[in-house]
Design a protein around this ligand. Structure first.
Ligand SMILES: Cc1cc2nc3c(=O)[nH]c(=O)nc-3n(C[C@H](O)[C@H](O)[C@H](O)COP(=O)(O)OP(=O)(O)OC[C@H]3O[C@@H](n4cnc5c(N)ncnc54)[C@H](O)[C@@H]3O)c2cc1C
Length: 402
């Protein structure tokens, strides 16, 4: 069901398009689908053939589910995903509490990203496999897109960069400095004879706010991983954190003890909080998704915001092309800042709270007693309330009195 027309870049008819999108993850695929719906000529490129794997926890929370609904893919994602009805959160001291999310799915990224890309092609976008090596703005204002194995560059009026945490192309255009990622995460798949029901988030005693996870994917399959979203991540040994988790956390140990097979771990960087990207009126290009820094601190959740920034970019590009004013694209980073800054600050703030082991344990202790607090966490996962409702003095008082 995930099949769609994919060309090798050398097979493309002609070299010129209105819009080229580099990267076909949730950000690039969503932008391609919405732009194609608005009648634009869109080519989206990825260095991999689809379906392709992507290091991820494979969890869809509220914002991702709503963006999927807006793409008209709810039914397909629900058919292919595994519904999660319970989340167990374990503090650094091992205090556990359970919350019930409004709606939450796990789905392999090879499936999810394939469904989105397929929808973009169904709406009229072209997909080609190409590794883009360089982008260059010509004197006539068009952007050249230099691909591996292609003698002449592709040419576009506008380019969208959606290459995940890799900012190399953005740097080559002068729209970002070279900068380290904000976090890293690692995961592997396990098939086990044991079936568990709850998503598990376990705060690592050594590296809070880093956490380890065990996510059931259905049919005895699990996504097991760990991640840390702070600049201190270089001090963390993710392989060791993961090994400790599966040997010491009881539910993870049970799954591993009954394992049938495991796939090798895969890791990737994460960029958060829209830091370090600028616009330039002479450069008709913009960045979305992880490239723009759209992943949320605290949780490392980025699929939903990758899709939302893909929608935002489609709107801005449509306006700019319709008005024949491509210089308007340079305002995109500011637009992202004003739309999301407050939310991301609250996530950063909450991450600071949870970095303190005592506060982290205190909140977990309160959660096991306070239905209000458990409901607030469920709403944060749904993104219907922001984390400041808990991570504030007011939140602590409220959790004590309810
Ligand atoms: C281990 C881990 C676990 C995570 N767990 C979750 C989770 O459970 N839920 C969640 O919401 N988020 C999670 N995230 C974050 C999430 O994976 C990202 O936020 C999300 O993938 C960002 O989407 P994107 O489209 O911006 O980039 P990506 O999904 O990274 O897509 C980028 C695409 O660009 C292509 N590309 C890159 N360079 C080039 C090039 N030069 N030429 C052509 N193509 C190129 C790549 O092949 C790739 O397909 C996790 C991240 C990690 C690392």
């Amino acid at each position: 069901m995930n099949e769609f027309q994919q060309l090798e870049v050398t097979e493309l008819p002609g070299h010129k398009r209105d819009i080229i999108i580099v990267g076909a993850g949730p950000a690039g695929g969503t932008a391609a689908a919405h732009l194609a719906s608005k009648g634009h000529q869109v080519l989206f490129l990825d260095r991999s053939w689809f379906p392709r794997d992507k290091a991820c926890g494979d969890i869809l929370l509220g914002d991702a589910i709503r963006a999927i609904d807006r793409l008209g893919l709810s039914e397909k994602v629900r058919q292919n995903g595994f519904p999660q009805t319970s989340i167990t959160i374990s503090s650094p001291a091992g205090i556990e509490c359970e919350v019930n999310p409004r709606e939450c799915f796990s789905i392999r990224r090879s499936t999810l990203d394939g469904l989105i890309a397929r929808e973009a092609v169904r709406r009229g976008a072209e997909f080609a496999r190409a590794k883009v090596q360089n982008l260059r703005v010509r004197d006539d204002g068009l952007v050249e897109c230099h691909c591996d194995g292609l003698a002449l560059p592709l040419v576009a009026r506008t380019v969208v960069i959606a290459t995940g945490a890799n900012r190399d192309l953005l740097f080559r255009l002068g729209l970002a400095a070279r900068s380290p990622v904000d976090g890293v995460a690692l995961r592997y798949y396990v098939k086990s004879e044991i079936e568990t029901q709850s998503l598990i988030f376990s705060y690592d005693p050594e590296t809070v706010p880093g956490y380890r996870w065990l996510f059931p994917m259905g049919n005895g399959e699990y996504n097991i991983g760990c991640g840390i979203v702070t600049r201190d991540f270089r001090k963390a040994n993710l392989r060791k954190i993961l090994d400790d988790f599966v040997t010491s956390y009881p539910a993870a140990k049970d799954v591993i003890d009954a394992k049938i097979e495991t796939a090798p771990p895969v890791g990737a960087g994460i960029r958060c909080s829209f830091k370090g990207v600028t616009g330039n009126p002479r450069i008709p290009a913009l960045a979305i998704g992880d490239t723009a820094g759209a992943t949320l601190p605290l949780t490392g959740e980025g699929i939903g915001k990758a899709m939302e920034t893909g929608e935002d970019a489609a709107e801005v590009i449509h306006e700019a092309i319709t008005a024949d004013q491509l210089d308007l694209l340079c305002r995109f980073p500011d637009r992202m800042h004003s739309k999301y800054r407050k939310l991301y600050r609250q996530y950063e703030w909450s991450q600071r709270w949870l970095s303190d082991r005592r506060l982290n344990n205190l909140i977990a202790g309160r959660m096991s007693k306070s239905p209000w607090l458990r409901d607030a966490v469920a709403q944060i996962a749904d993104q219907s309330v922001n984390p400041a409702s808990i991570f504030s003095l007011q939140g602590i008082f409220r959790s004590i009195s309810s």
